[in-house]
Design a protein around this ligand. Sequence first.
Ligand code: TYM
Length: 333
Amino acid sequence: MSKKIFSGVQPSGNLHLGNYLGAIKNFVELQNEKNTECVYCIVDLHAITVKQDPKELRRNIRETLAAFIASGLNENKSIIFNQSSVPAHSECAWILSCIARMGWLNRMTQFKEKAGKDKEKASVGLYAYPVLMAADILLYDTTHVPVGDDQKQHLELCRDIAQRFNNDFEAPNFLKVPEPLIQKHFSRIMSLKDGEKKMSKSDESDLSRINLTDDKDKIINKIKKAKTDTMPMPKKDENFKNRPEALNLLEIYSSLSNQSLEKSCDEFAGKNFSFFKEKLSYLIVEKIEPISKEIKRLLNEEKHLDKILLEGGEKANEFASTKVKEMKKIIGF
Ligand code: TYM
């Protein structure tokens, strides 16, 4: 059976190693699988749920596209576009917001984290965000959604919304109920400064993450400064519970070298962290520096980038506008 893949990344700047290992690296693998159709979206409508500077947003949309291409996505193999260029996303999101229940959205932990203490001041968009995400996915009859672990709850909501729509309108299977594709291992990369906090674009400290635009010196410096503990490198059967930083760095190493955590533990057990950190920096530089250089090169080719988005938008629009038309008919419009 053929697979239909959809995933999205916010153009909110500072794309990092977590985005790469948790999502983009898998986008590329799926793009190269047989019988698999991929749609990858730069979700600019999601980005404006928090305040954005228009100039920076425009730049970040291009930078996210450049990061996709530099990581190995190919506009001739996948549909790559930005969300705001396909009106069906907003239209479908409104329809689905009349299907989703307040109670379901009230359970979303990411809203609670992002809104912080002052929920009253968060935008309505930030609250309704997972409904837009469901629209993104459901418009394309998506079968699988590759994401990092932090998006799991949003995908469960998307499944609930699809089922509820199909039931309410007695339209069995009209909206396809998608499966999450979350890697068993390495789907949650943690901050370099705190092994219990997710690596994140919005962390104030740039030292907490490796950005996809970091050069060699920055990468080496950040790994040198990454938090560790005072014990030697752990063995594979050791309890990592009190050593989240050691586990995170070993997971990054394993994911980048496509080997199991056990194998990486065997490689470094008993050695000191400075030895391991040198090898880790070397590996990150080897994998990330070419991407970083290519992003910078592509950013000088604005016309080329804009053309990719324009053409991708046209292809996406063809599919999504038909789906939303059918949806409106089912509803009674
Ligand atoms: P966003 O832009 O926050 O992140 C993009 C992708 O990167 C993954 N990710 C991580 N993976 C591992 N470790 C981390 N520290 C880490 N940080 C981020 C995310 O899980 C995600 O896969 N709501 C989504 C964007 C979205 C979307 C969609 C995704 C909008 N519509 C439809 C899939 C399908 C988001 O904010 O991702």
